[in-house]
Design a protein around this ligand. Structure first.
Ligand SMILES: Cc1cc2nc3c(=O)[nH]c(=O)nc-3n(C[C@H](O)[C@H](O)[C@H](O)COP(=O)(O)OP(=O)(O)OC[C@H]3O[C@@H](n4cnc5c(N)ncnc54)[C@H](O)[C@@H]3O)c2cc1C
Length: 401
């Protein structure tokens, strides 16, 4: 049985784990990534400004840029049949002097670009297997791989998703709530150009969102109640295409469904701490929110960037990179960002689901104010694409080495 040591361990090779491993290795830390290739994922991600800057800084963006589509306009249309309907809201990136709010990419292309960059870094070693056990000691954390290899390091980044083994090893609890909703994810070709406009139709069961991809293609995230979700899931491709065209009010013309569909129950889950002894949790191991407003992975990338920044700084200063003070600071700083976004997404979703008239009135008023009050609209747009608090250095285009 082989025993190895590293400066940092990362468990999980979804987009967050890969980004954390690349950031740690790029900062000069000998890093071990324990993860087999991520399973197929037909979702797409709207990468907001800071995430794109971080991927550029880490040398990932050039590997995937050709597969992205800029999001220049965001439209929100009330598609409910309620008494109080909100006016349409339209946000232009140009109003903030930005080229785009973000860039949409299929997760498979993002993961391929991250994998490619990870393979270019000589001090990033990969074990293409699951971690089967995580043991936490005073001075180091040890991961055991399925073939019996042990790897010890002063810090482990648990980016191993919702059922995180790292989180369980650190005895960190998770709390949250579910929604009576599921999200169906599809990719479609369409006959009319999307003109880089992302449209969100708000319906009584949740948002129906069309997000541009490169070419005459878009991703659809269709949030519905579970029974409706099952009906949609059982449809054949032509019937589903017709239904998606109906729900999109034919704004993209004729629709054709590409193979593959995702089906995700909606929930909020938050770890009671984002760090434990010698373990930092990142991405869905730490927090899960509904796919509304394109926040989830952008939060996860900020987790990855911040923990790598803290570890690199401690290493430069000759300090223990998994020390308790560093991990407590990581927990504190990431919690503020995650909590504010979780609450905003939850509130928006609840105002849609609720048949309660004052709540619908509040949503209508909010939209009206955003249409008429330019400073408010700009503030909402700015906060939507980046937190007002300081962002990790990678998100500002600064190296962390
Ligand atoms: C419908 C939908 C649409 C979304 N759209 C957006 C969007 O537009 N913008 C946005 O920012 N976010 C979006 N999100 C959120 C985003 O998809 C997630 O935040 C993101 O996928 C989480 O990445 P992750 O790397 O943390 O987790 P995962 O992608 O779940 O990766 C975890 C990895 O860990 C591995 N693993 C698990 N256990 C072990 C182990 N023991 N050892 C080794 N490896 C292990 C798994 O195999 C997996 O590869 C969306 C989510 C949904 C459901």
């Amino acid at each position: 049985m082989e025993t190895l040591t590293a400066k940092a361990l990362v468990v999980g090779a979804g987009p967050v784990g890969l980004t954390a491993a690349i950031a740690l290795a790029s900062s000069g830390l000998d890093t071990v990534l324990i993860a087999r290739a991520a399973p197929a994922d037909n979702r797409t991600t709207a990468l907001l400004g800071g995430s794109v800057t971080a991927l550029q800084t880490l040398g990932v963006w050039s590997h995937c840029q050709d597969h992205t589509a800029p999001l220049r306009t965001l439209r929100i249309a009330d598609d409910t049949n309620r008494l109080i309907r909100a006016p349409e809201a339209r946000f232009e990136a140009g109003e903030l002097d930005l080229d785009a709010f973000g860039w949409n990419i299929e997760n498979r292309h993002l993961i391929a670009a991250l994998e490619k960059r990870a393979g270019e870094l000589p001090n990033l070693k990969r074990f293409a297997q699951d971690a089967s056990a995580i043991e936490i000691g005073d001075a180091q954390v040890t991961a055991r791989t399925q073939d019996g290899t042990s790897i010890g390091a002063p810090i482990a980044i648990g980016a191993d998703g919702r059922k995180s083994l790292c989180r369980a090893a650190a005895k960190i609890e998770v709390s949250g709530w579910g929604y009576p909703q599921v999200a169906l994810t599809l990719i479609v070709k369409h006959s009319r150009p999307h003109q880089n406009i992302s449209t969100e139709f708000h319906t009584e069961s949740g948002p129906f969102t069309l997000v541009p991809l490169s070419g005459n293609r878009s991703s659809i995230v269709c949030v519905v109640n579970p029974a409706e979700g099952e009906l949609l899931r059982a449809m054949d491709a032509p019937a589903l295409a017709q239904e998606m065209e109906r729900r999109s009010h034919s704004i993209l013309g004729r629709v054709e469904i590409e193979p593959g569909m995702g089906f995700f129950p909606l929930a909020v889950e938050t770890a009671s701490s984002f760090a434990g002894s010698r373990i930092a949790l990142a991405g869905e191991a730490a927090h899960r929110i509904p796919p509304i407003g394109a926040q989830g992975l952008n939060l996860g990338l900020r987790d990855a960037a911040l923990i790598a920044e803290f570890a690199a700084q401690a290493h430069r200063e000759g300090r223990d990179i998994g020390n308790a003070e560093l991990l407590a600071r990581y927990d504190r700083e990431r919690r503020a960002d995650v909590t504010s976004r979780t609450l905003a997404v939850d509130l928006l979703n609840r105002t849609l689901l609720s048949g309660f008239l004052p709540l619908q009135g509040m949503r209508g008023l909010g939209m009206t104010l955003m249409n008429t009050l330019v400073p408010l609209r700009r503030a909402v747009m700015r906060e939507g694409i980046a937190p007002s608090s300081a962002q990790p250095r990678l998100m500002r285009g600064e190296q962390i080495a």
